[in-house]
Write a protein that binds this ligand. Sequence first.
Ligand code: MG
Length: 279
Amino acid sequence: MTRQTFLKLAVAGIPVAGARAQQAAPKPNPDLGFTDTPMLPDLPWHVHDPARPHPQQIRPSGTPGGPPSDAVVLFDGGDLSRWNQRGRGADAGKFVDARWKVGDGWFEVAPNTGDLLSREKFGDCQIHVEWSSPTEIHANSQGRGNSGVLIMSRYEMQVLDAWDNPTYADGEASAIYGQWPPLVMPARRPGEWNTYDIAFEAPRFDGEKLVRPAFVTLFYNGVIVHNRKEILGAMVYRKVATYTAHGAEEPLMLQDHHNPVRYRNIWVRRMNGYDRPEA
Ligand code: MG
């Protein structure tokens, strides 16, 4: 019996076998919970159950927007070694090393060279991305500062210059592209840094059949713009989105939509369910 198991039984007032059981069982410690309380509905736990698993301890960042200790850091200002690029031209159909431009703490879409995909794959997750649209303006609507954060390489949270740039509502910055406009538009000016903080629940498939759609929550510059919104399907232009079955984890993708949008400080945390067994 581990010390942890012993303590759990002891705090619950359950007699423990072995040498320690010869001693008087310690009284239940109300600081650590109760077993004389009602059961929670459809759960194996009492209210305040002392045996309920405790969450894993992680370290938050000391910097606002910085990665917590359990995050997978995809870009911290260094290089693009954690990314692949979808090849174009002679490399069409292949993945190549990332060729986007890396600057001082940021990187930038190299227009018309191909999308960037994380080498690591993710399903249910929390994502932090910072982006900034170009200050040189050459076009309007979907041609100005267009990129995108495509979760699982499919579900696009639109990136666009949203400053005095009229376009269709479900194509504005932070829209679930082609599906839902943001609830409000907290855009910053071109050249200023924007943040997306995303909580994403991956769709579930049984073979080819969709059994649960994806849901997304998005904070844009700290403002909630999607609140556990159901996603209709993979990003598509001028059509109604639909689902096609895919893996439980897929790469995070940043879109090359021909505009030199900048990115920095990108990290992802896998999001697991409640009551995970303690390590
Ligand atoms: Mg886009």
